[in-house]
Design a binder for this molecule. Structure first.
Ligand SMILES: Nc1ncnc2c1ncn2[C@@H]1O[C@H](COP(=O)(O)OP(=O)(O)OP(=O)(O)O)[C@@H](O)[C@H]1O
Ligand SMILES: [Mg+2]
Length: 386
């Protein structure tokens, strides 16, 4: 049980004590919100730690007397429904026109009482928000990449614009999987001056080490130096992978009655992770990937998997400006290895040369499978070298 709580690869961290690194990013976030009064867009790869960061920001903001509302977006997100539910959780007490002794307040009513039925406009919301008193508000929209394009995102952008123009102290923090700001919030030109985009970068080596150290002390099972090095290398900046490796390696150590996690336990963790991921992606994809690796194209496939992992899943095969080596190689690899086997598909107009893997989990699977193969092949040497 202690082990399951020590590393939580399937859940975001919500406790500050379990939160590793990210101090610079937290600093920029807090400064953007508090000092610059900007709305923030956090973007980055899948599993890079966006939701964990949002949880921590929520906690800190609440401690600083912000009213914080966290909403997870989905394909069916609708602006009016979403905003009505947010407004519905704000007690009327915070409205400047109401007195604490008013009967509505004693009845526990909330601000949605003031909304007319039907669709809500940004203007109408701003009128209500502008009357908030004695508090500042943070509305957090997570998984924004899953929200519908078009009306929904346009309405959010419009609300942000109105809030900023009227200096209303309600701020948005938006997060989602993307490789850049504009990809996530399409209506950026109108709100460029009111929004700051912050990328959640891969974790630095020291940050991954800190994540492992937190897990070590929570579980009471230390990792030896080689196990730490190997875990850090495999994680490649992903807190998700570090957490996954940490958990499985610690379980492997416990299962062999050891008191310390060694490199061999990390190797075992990779084995288990590969099997686990294989359960989650279609068999056809697994077979194709395994065949490409068996045919000796593993290195090339690994390269595009890593590019996808580092760019929010996107594979850009046309360089803008002077064609870079990476882009040209990516173009060749996509064409020679992945396209024919139906592993990738174009995003948008095929002419643009931007691709993504058909299966979102494929890049991580490829990366883990190759690590696994490498450990098996030169097993003793790699484990020994760590
Ligand atoms: N700063 C951190 N310290 C410790 N663990 C972390 C940290 N950031 C992320 N993790 C771990 O990494 C995993 C992924 O984190 P999280 O869910 O926050 O990422 P995400 O970017 O929101 O992912 P997704 O794109 O799937 O929504 C979780 O298991 C979490 O426990
Ligand atoms: Mg998330």
């Amino acid at each position: 049980m202690q082990l399951r709580d020590a590393f939580t690869p399937s859940q975001p961290v919500s406790d500050l004590r379990q939160f590793a690194g990210r101090t610079e990013l937290l600093d920029s976030l807090i400064r953007s919100i508090e000092d610059q009064r900007l709305h923030v867009v956090l973007y980055g790869e899948r599993g890079i730690g966006k939701t964990s960061l949002l949880h921590v920001v929520s906690q800190l903001a609440e401690e600083a007397q912000y009213l914080v509302r966290y909403v997870s977006c989905g394909e069916d997100s609708d602006f009016s429904t979403l905003m009505r539910s947010v407004v519905g959780t704000i007690p009327l007490l915070y409205h400047a026109d109401y007195d604490p002794t008013d009967s509505e307040i004693e009845e526990g009513k909330s601000l949605d009482e003031l909304l007319r039925p039907g669709a809500i406009s940004a203007n109408q919301l701003c009128d209500i928000f502008s009357r908030l008193s004695g508090t500042r508000m943070l509305i957090i929209l997570d998984e924004f990449d899953r929200s519908p394009h078009g009306n929904f995102r346009r309405a959010i952008a419009e609300l942000i614009k109105n809030l900023s123009d009227r200096s209303i102290r309600v701020q948005f923090v938006i997060a989602g999987v993307a490789s850049n700001l504009a990809e996530l919030v399409e209506h950026i030109p109108s709100i460029r001056r009111n929004v700051i985009g912050l990328r959640v970068p891969p974790m630095k080596v020291e940050e991954t080490r800190e994540l492992i150290a937190i897990g070590e002390s929570a579980s009471g099972i230390p990792f030896d130096d080689r196990a730490v090095d190997l875990t850090t290398t495999i994680a490649n900046g992903s807190p998700y992978l570090a957490s996954l490796m940490g958990q499985h390696a610690a379980i492997a150590a416990v299962e062999r009655d050891a008191r310390i996690v060694e490199a061999a336990d990390v190797a075992q963790a990779v084995r288990v992770a590969v099997e686990e991921i294989e359960q989650r992606i279609p068999e056809r994809t697994v077979k194709t990937i395994r065949r490409i690796v068996a045919e000796g194209n593993g290195v090339g496939l690994g390269k595009i998997a890593r590019i996808a992992m580092a760019h929010g899943g996107r594979l850009e095969t046309r360089a803008s400006g002077p064609a870079s080596e990476d882009t040209r190689e990516c173009e060749r690899l996509v064409r020679e290895i992945a396209l024919g086997d139906d592993l990738v598909r174009p995003i948008g107009d095929p002419g643009e040369g931007i691709y993504e893997f058909n299966e979102e989990g494929a890049p991580v699977y490829i990366w883990m499978l190759l690590t696994h193969t490498q450990i098996e092949e030169n097993g003793k040497t790699m484990v020994a070298v760590g």
